[in-house]
Ligand binder design. Sequence first.
Ligand SMILES: [Mn+2]
Length: 235
Amino acid sequence: MTYTLLIADLHLISGEVDKTNLFVKFCQQQASKVDQLFILGDLFNTWLGDDLSINTYPSVISALKNLSNTTKIFIISGNRDFLLGDEFTQQTGCILLKTPYLLETNNKDYVLIHGDELCTDDEQYQQLKSVLQHPITRFIFLHLPQKIRLKLSGQLRKKSIEAQQYKSHEIMNINQHTADKLMQKYPNADLIHGHTHQQNTHHGEQYTRFVLGDWEVDQGNAIQIDNALNYLEIR
Ligand SMILES: [Mn+2]
């Protein structure tokens, strides 16, 4: 049997020691005992390019690298860390996935996404996303001097402001019709996503939608899949 863990929305901030330590401990303990770990986006609260951000998360990078010796690590990038790139995957041994990704297990198949693509009620957000995540924007941004990138992202401001910001911005819900339309393409699968920070299980007629929660400094959550699917509390 294959043992799988899934997590999302850690929103790790460089210098925020407690949550980083919680994640490092999770890598050393629970995650090292399973076959594969899927991180469904926003592991990092900001990622400004591998050249700039790898150095700001040294303990996370080495925890992932060590974990990759025992466990396959698959990452779907989120709206916060969509700039994760080749240098990151080389240094950590993680594998970046394109979404939607179909995870096939013994009993059930699961569609894996970050989740923001389902928040179509927020038209402004979707417009901004299509600009920010466009390959041309990406190229230009990654070629800006590091200082300018830091300035643009607001990272030069206080970390506490950064930590508060994401909460108000990301608490939005998914559009049911958009989710149903996606899942019509996968008639026998269930859906697992994060992004909304609203951990829950929604049983629909056609499929079940499992939502991962975000992580607090002293508590995280995960989904474990073996013979069954269960939520785990991480402390
Ligand atoms: Mn997100």
